[in-house]
Write a protein that binds this ligand. Sequence first.
Ligand SMILES: Nc1ncnc2c1ncn2[C@@H]1O[C@H](COP(=O)(O)OP(=O)(O)O)[C@@H](O)[C@H]1O
Ligand SMILES: [Mg+2]
Length: 252
Amino acid sequence: MAILSVENLTKKFGGFEALRGVSLSMERGETVAIIGSSGSGKSTLLRCINNLERVSGGRIEIDGELLVDTVNGQVKYPPERELRRICMKTGMVFQQFNLFPHLTCLENITIAPIKILGQNRADAIANADRLLRLVGLENKADSYPAMLSGGQQQRVAIARALAIDPQIMLFDEPTSALDPELTAEVISVIAKLAEQDMTMLIVTHEMEFARTVADRVLFFEDGQIIAGGAAAEFFANQQNERIKRFLNGFQK
Ligand SMILES: Nc1ncnc2c1ncn2[C@@H]1O[C@H](COP(=O)(O)OP(=O)(O)O)[C@@H](O)[C@H]1O
Ligand SMILES: [Mg+2]
């Protein structure tokens, strides 16, 4: 059974259609990379899946539960409490890290488990320590985000997203704000999660990362998925001229 199923998703901003009938499905443990030009709707898709945006039409099912459905043209979301619970099934990592600047790394990671999931403090801290070790920052628990490099901040943001024990991790250009050497340390954390069979949907401009870490690639253009397939095949044997041009633009 699919852990994520998106059907015929549309999203309008005023008269502009940012998503024009997007469908995709993910199996548990899969890593899927989304690539495509700027403005093609990649972030909007992730934001709809994480309920940061309300959809204009379509259906999103996460781990067997409906986040949103459209019946007879009417968009239907579940009641607020249920919606919040379903949203906790996805963890989101943003390009700009978005850590709380006034909280330490440890507090950034424990705030949602304590305040939203109602975990007791000791358990939340023990789990945060484990996650800080996972991202290689066990000595930064008491540091504030401003004291860390961008790469370190992003690794804390990954630990924070993992702390709610999500079924699916959503990454929106997690390395786009980073220098190459900091990009590598973030990519290696994500690659480690892939090895541990975390389910991940990753928007990225790092083609080598998509090729080596993702199982599958989806190509976005003008609010639609216009192509996709197994990552190795997609990059090695691309036939679509438009996509070839896009990929060539990333060659060094
Ligand atoms: N809140 C918003 N209001 C109006 N237009 C938006 C908003 N968010 C995104 N858009 C537009 O929707 C399109 C898709 O944006 P986005 O999903 O951010 O693209 P991508 O992540 O692929 O660069 C763009 O044309 C963008 O300007
Ligand atoms: Mg974007």
